[in-house]
Design a protein around this ligand. Sequence first.
Ligand code: SF4
Length: 496
Amino acid sequence: MPFSESSALRARQALAGIWLAVILSLFHDPWSPVLTAPDSPVGPLALEAHHCVTVQNHCTHSHSYPIGAPVFWGLLLPLLIAVLFLFGHELWRRVCPLSFFSQLGRSLDRLRRRRPWSRSGTVPAQVKAPRVAADSWLGRHHLSLQFGLFYVALCGRILFVNSQRLSLALFMLAFIVAAAVVGFLYDGKSWCQYICPVAPVEAFYTGPRGLFGSRAHVKPDPSVKVSQSMCRTVASPGAPEKSACVACKTNCIDIDAEKTYWLTLMQPDRQRLYYGYAGLVLAYFAYYFLYSGSWAYYFSGLWSHEADQHAHLLDSGFAVGLGLVVGGHTLILPKLLAVPLVLGGGALAGYGLGRLAEALAARRLIRAERPLGREQLRHRCFTLTTFTIFNVFFVFGGYNLRALLPTPIASYIPVLLCGLSALWLHRTWHRHPDDYSREVMAQRQRGRQARPAAAPAQSSPSPGQTPPAKNQPAKTPPAKTPVAQVRFAIGPDGRA
Ligand code: SF4
């Protein structure tokens, strides 16, 4: 999805502006409740008078409410998932409003600088903004940390911010401040790469490539040096874009998502992410049923605008008959404990079942004498998981607003998304790391053929260069690691 950096910057700024407007509306919005009043003549949001939703056997009536939170959860968030899946992480990473805030330090040239000293301890080396070291704790465990933060945020969402507008506004502002602070402290896209809880979600839905995503390793114009969502700069309007990469991450997803996918495919934390995320999503939606005793609570959207969310924190976290049964007794757990338990249990169960399914599939294929390589099997399990969770997400996600559309349109949206995801599945299912490697080699070959004939081998030495001594064999430049060997660079422990 190639588009210019100036367009991307404008989109980032516009989305950041819209997001700030949504946050402001969460602090003060005396206007939009008019739209949801039972007798409202405007729009489809008007509540049905006297309609109630049963929650734990109690009839709960809705009152007119401001629409900031329901629009954020029901429209903006599902849109993000659809964009990630269809266009890959690259489009979102270039327009993400949170990345706009995290890059403020870089754009204002106010990054923290560190002056490392040369080994002799006398000559100050070049002043540099620090980067997260690949061998630091954060460098090695960032994916687990990000997934953990995502879990905490999801629990916090059900408990504190789904419908409490002030909490939601503070929650969002905390994210913005955290992103900006990390952006001032560390160079590159350190926030996106190492901390942002949405990054694992981006990796999950993108897979090797979004349905309409670009291929970084097959460039129509090899002279273009920037790819996908790589950090870039443009000196003046119309000038070619130049890389602004400071190598803040090895195997950066922003430079070549598919290469990163194959290189990290066999890593244990990827497996935890894929199956754990699937379990977490299923548990998240299931919890609304467990809590209220029916699906009406979720599908009515009451959870996004109920007036007293915090008042229920210590009430029972499960509807009658749906609690945890231990030793023949139903445990009465407050919602405050039930939510982390159900979501954490879902993530663990998802991980366990995913591993089990992968092992059973391997055994079955061996018995049927159709063994697949470990990488291919893992890839297909991941692909199937992403396809399933994407479609489950759109059965639930955004329903509260989708249901307001005229009948055929409301039902066509999930059907359309299911069709597109089937196309993605078809294209991704047979993909193999060797396909990627072959395409890289072919692209290199094309690049070499397109290059003009090389200048005579013996060039005169440039000033300051020592001419090679007589009878000394000419030095050949060190061979680059062939990208064709990308898959073989994965160690037995699954680490690249
Ligand atoms: S392109 Fe370079 S600077 Fe940007 S996120 Fe990737 S590694 Fe970091």
